[in-house]
Design a protein around this ligand. Structure first.
Ligand code: IVH
Length: 677
C-alpha cells in the first residue's frame, strides 16, 4: 500500500469520526459546535478522499447517509422513501456545473432545462403522512431512513393541517415533506427567556425548532405553537395530472399547507442565479431564517431520468448564501440595564458588514459567557448573525491579541443606571439591579404591579405607564397610588370617564390579599404558588419582613435560592421604604389564616414529580397534592413517600426504584387524592 493511500485512509477515518460526532451534536443534542460552512468543509474533504480512493468508502460513511439515528425516547418511524439531503453549490460556477451535469445526463447539452427555485429554509425537516386525507404520522428525518415519531407534539403546531383541505383531497397515502421553523421573533423571545432562567440559549432558530419539536418532558405548548411548517415536496401520492414542482407547490397550498410564496420557475440556470441574488436581498425581511436557495428540476418526469445517489438527488441542488460571519475589533464593553433589571454586557464593535447589515454592537449576554469566550477590550473577534437580530460574538481570535496582559472584563458592581449594588443570586447566570425603583425597570415594575396575577389594576396599560413615567408622575413604584384624576387627564387619549375609572380601579386594587401584594413587588422567584406558601407560613407581612434565611428555609416549598432572594429583597432599605409607603397610601390585606398542615388525605406525605402526566401540568399536580395536605419536594430521598412518574421519567424514577419507593401514575395519584383522610 502506498504511503499516500495509507495516510488518506487515516485521514478518512478521522474525518468519519469527527463528522459523526458533529452529526450527533447537531441532530441529537441540538448543540452544534461547528458552523454549517465548517461542517460542509469536513464532508467535502471526506468526499474528495473517497473519490480519489474509492476503496475507502464504507457503508456507514457520513457521505453515504444523512444525519444521525433516531434519539432514544421517541418511537422510530421508517421513511418508506428515504429523506435525502442536498448537494451544495457555493458559487455561480458550481451552479453552472450542476446544470451542465443535469443536461448531459438528459442527453442533450444544448437543450435548456427549467428549475423551480425556492428559498432554502433553515429549520428541521419533517415528513407528514396522511391516509384518506387525515394526518397519521409526523416524523423527523433522523438518519434519513428512520426518524422519530413526533406526531403527539405536532398537534400544537397550528400550521400543520390535520385534514387535507379541498374537494380533491387524495384518498390514498400521501407523504408531504417540509421544514419546521421557529420564526426569528419567537426565537429571540425564547432565548431571552432561557437566558433569564439561566438555561443555555439555542445557537440558532434551527436548533430551537428541532429542540422544540423533540421535547419529551414537560411539553411546552407555547413553544410548539410558535413553530411554523412550510411544505415543499410530495413524496408519495403525487396527484395525477401534477407534472411539475410548481404544480406540486400549488397543490400543497390547496391542501392547506403554507408554502414559500417566493418560489418561482426559472427558465434556465442563469435565471436561477438571478433568482438566488434576489432571495439574498429579500431574506432580510423574511420572518424565518433562510440560508440559501434550492433548485429542483421543475419537470417531475425528467427527475427520474436524472436519478438519485445514496445521499442526495442529482436533480436538485442547494445554493448556499455566504456565511454571515465577519471579523472585527472590540472597541469597548458597556453594560446595559434591561427592563427586568438584568445587567447585560454589550461589545461595542468597529462597524463591520455582515449578512447584509452593518453591525456595531454585539450582546455578550452575561459574565459567564464573557468568561467562557474570554472577550477583552481591543480583541479581534468573529461576529455572526444567526437569526438573532442582536449579533453574537462567536469567538476571540486569540492569535491577534496584541496586549497579552489586557485585563479580563468584569461586570460593574453597581447598576450603571441607578447606582444600586448589583446582585447575582446563587444559581443564576444573570446579574441584576434589585432596586424596584430603578429607572431602567420602573415601567416594567409598574406594569407588573398592575397585572392580573398581582394587584389587577384595570386600565393601567403599557402606553399609559410609559407616559406617566416619562412625564415624571411616577418616579417610584408607590407613586402609582398617588395618581389622581387631574394628573391622569393630562395624559394622551385620557377622557374624564377613563380617568375616573382608573382612580376607582386603583382604590379597589388597594384592598388586596397578602399573596397578591407579594407578587406585585416583583421579587425574584416569587410567583403565585410561592406567594401562597409564604403567606400561609407567615400569616402577615411583618413576620416575613423580619424572617432570616434559616427561618425561611424551614418552610415547606422554600429552598435556599428563594430564601436568599426574599431576604435580599426585604433587606434592602429602598424596597422596605416602598412597602411602607404603599401601606401608608392604603394598600391593605386581611391576615392569612395560617395554613392548616396535617390535614387532608395526603397529610404529612412527601411527593416527587417526574416526567409528563397525561392531563396535569406539574404545577397542577403540585397544587392538588398540596391541597390534600401533602408536600412536593424536588429530589428523591429516603424521606420521599411517593414518586409520581409520567411519560419520559428518567433518573428520579430510577432512584425511586433503587430506594424501593412507591411509584404512582396519574390514575393512582387521583385515587389517593380522593380517598378520605
Ligand atoms: S427539498 C431530496 N426544498 O435542506 C430533496 N429541501 O440540505 C430534499 N430544505 O433535508 C428536500 N429548504 O431539510 C428541499 N425548499 C427546500 C428546502 C429544503 C430547506 C432542507 C431540507 C433538506 C436539507 C438539505
Amino acid at each position: 500500500m502506498s504511503e499516500s493511500k495509507a495516510s488518506a485512509g487515516r485521514r478518512a477515518a478521522a474525518l468519519r469520526a469527527e463528522i459523526t460526532r458533529h452529526n450527533r451534536l447537531y441532530y441529537q443534542q441540538d448543540a452544534p459546535e461547528l458552523s454549517d460552512a465548517e461542517w460542509d468543509a469536513l464532508l467535502r474533504e471526506l468526499r474528495e478522499l473517497e473519490e480519489r480512493f474509492p476503496a475507502l468508502v464504507v457503508p456507514d460513511s457520513p457521505t453515504q447517509r444523512v444525519g444521525a439515528p433516531a434519539a432514544e425516547g421517541f418511537d422510530s418511524v421508517e421513511h418508506r422513501v428515504p429523506m435525502l439531503s442536498l448537494d451544495n453549490a457555493m458559487n455561480e460556477d458550481d451552479m453552472r456545473a450542476f446544470d451542465l451535469r443535469v443536461r448531459r445526463i438528459l442527453g442533450d447539452e444544448d437543450e435548456v432545462v427549467a428549475y423551480a427555485g425556492e428559498p432554502k429554509l433553515d429549520g428541521a425537516s419533517l415528513e407528514l403522512v396522511y391516509e384518506k386525507g387525515t394526518l397519521v404520522t409526523g416524523a423527523t428525518r433522523g438518519d434519513g431512513r428512520t426518524g422519530e415519531d413526533v406526531t403527539a407534539n405536532l398537534k400544537h403546531v397550528w400550521s400543520i393541517p390535520f385534514e387535507l383541505a379541498g374537494d380533491a383531497a387524495p384518498s390514498g397515502r400521501v407523504s408531504v415533506r417540509g421544514e419546521v421553523m421557529l420564526p426569528l421573533a419567537a426565537f429571540q423571545r425564547l432565548n431571552e427567556a432561557r437566558r433569564e432562567r439561566g438555561d443555555e440559549p439555542f445557537a440558532n432558530p434551527r436548533n430551537a425548532a428541532a429542540g422544540s419539536l423533540r421535547q419529551l418532558h414537560q411539553v411546552d405548548k407555547q413553544r410548539l405553537g410558535a413553530l411554523e411548517f412550510r411544505a415543499y415536496a410530495v413524496e408519495e401520492g403525487v396527484p395525477a395530472g401534477v407534472r411539475s414542482q410548481i404544480e406540486v407547490l400549488e397543490r400543497l397550498r390547496a391542501w392547506g399547507f403554507a408554502v414559500s410564496e417566493e418560489s418561482r420557475r426559472c427558465d434556465d440556470v442563469e435565471a436561477a442565479i438571478a433568482y438566488h441574488a434576489e432571495v439574498l436581498v429579500a431574506r432580510e425581511a423574511m420572518p424565518v431564517e433562510v440560508d440559501g436557495t434550492v433548485f429542483k428540476l421543475d419537470r417531475l418526469d425528467l427527475r427520474e431520468e436524472v436519478g438519485t445517489l445514496a445521499r442526495a438527488p442529482r436533480w436538485a441542488i442547494a445554493f448556499k448564501f455566504p456565511p454571515q460571519q465577519a471579523e472585527t475589533v472590540v472597541v469597548g464593553i458597556e453594560t446595559s440595564v434591561g427592563r427586568t433589571g438584568a445587567l447585560t454586557p454589550v461589545a461595542k464593535l468597529k462597524p463591520v458588514f455582515v449578512g447584509g447589515v452593518t453591525v456595531s454592537n454585539a450582546s455578550l449576554h452575561n459574565q459567564d459567557e464573557i468568561d467562557r469566550k474570554d472577550v477583552r477590550v481591543k480583541d479581534s473577534v468573529v461576529v455572526q448573525r444567526a437569526g438573532d437580530v442582536i449579533p453574537q460574538v462567536v469567538r476571540v481570535v486569540r492569535e491577534k491579541r496584541k496586549n497579552k496582559s489586557a485585563r479580563k472584563w468584569r461586570l460593574p458592581k453597581k447598576c450603571p443606571v441607578c447606582g444600586h449594588e448589583a446582585v447575582r443570586l446563587e444559581g443564576e447566570v444573570v446579574t441584576r439591579c434589585p432596586n424596584i425603583d430603578c429607572p431602567a425597570q420602573l415601567k416594567t415594575n409598574v406594569r407588573h404591579l398592575a397585572g392580573r396575577g398581582a394587584l389587577d389594576v384595570d386600565g393601567l396599560g403599557e402606553k399609559l405607564v410609559e407616559q406617566l413615567v416619562d412625564a415624571g408622575h411616577v418616579k417610584r413604584l408607590s407613586d402609582v397610588f398617588t395618581l389622581d384624576a387631574e394628573t391622569l387627564l393630562r395624559m394622551e387619549r385620557m377622557g374624564e370617564k377613563s380617568a375616573e375609572n382608573l382612580v376607582a380601579a386603583l382604590e379597589r386594587a388597594k384592598e388586596t390579599t397578602l399573596p397578591r401584594f407579594l407578587i406585585s413587588l416583583g421579587i425574584r422567584h416569587v410567583g403565585g404558588g410561592v406567594a401562597d406558601v409564604l403567606a400561609g407560613a407567615f400569616g402577615d407581612l411583618d413576620p416575613l419582613l423580619g424572617a432570616s434565611q434559616e427561618r425561611l428555609e424551614v418552610v415547606d416549598g422554600v429552598g435556599p435560592i428563594l430564601a436568599e432572594s426574599v431576604v435580599r429583597f426585604f433587606g434592602d432599605e429602598r424596597n422596605r421604604a416602598e412597602v411602607e409607603r404603599m401601606r401608608e397610601l392604603g394598600v391593605r390585606w386581611p391576615k392569612e389564616a395560617p395554613r392548616k398542615s396535617g390535614e387532608g388525605p395526603l397529610a404529612g406525605k412527601a411527593f416527587v414529580l417526574t416526567g409528563t402526566l397525561p392531563d396535569w401540568s406539574r404545577d397542577e399536580a403540585r397544587e392538588k397534592i398540596e391541597a390534600a395536605g401533602g408536600r412536593v419536594t424536588s429530589a428523591v430521598s429516603k424521606k420521599t413517600d411517593y414518586v409520581v412518574a409520567g411519560e419520559g421519567a428518567g433518573s428520579k424514577l430510577k432512584k425511586a426504584e433503587q430506594l424501593e419507593i412507591e411509584v404512582l401514575d396519574q390514575a393512582t395519584l387521583e385515587k389517593l387524592l380522593s380517598e378520605e383522610g
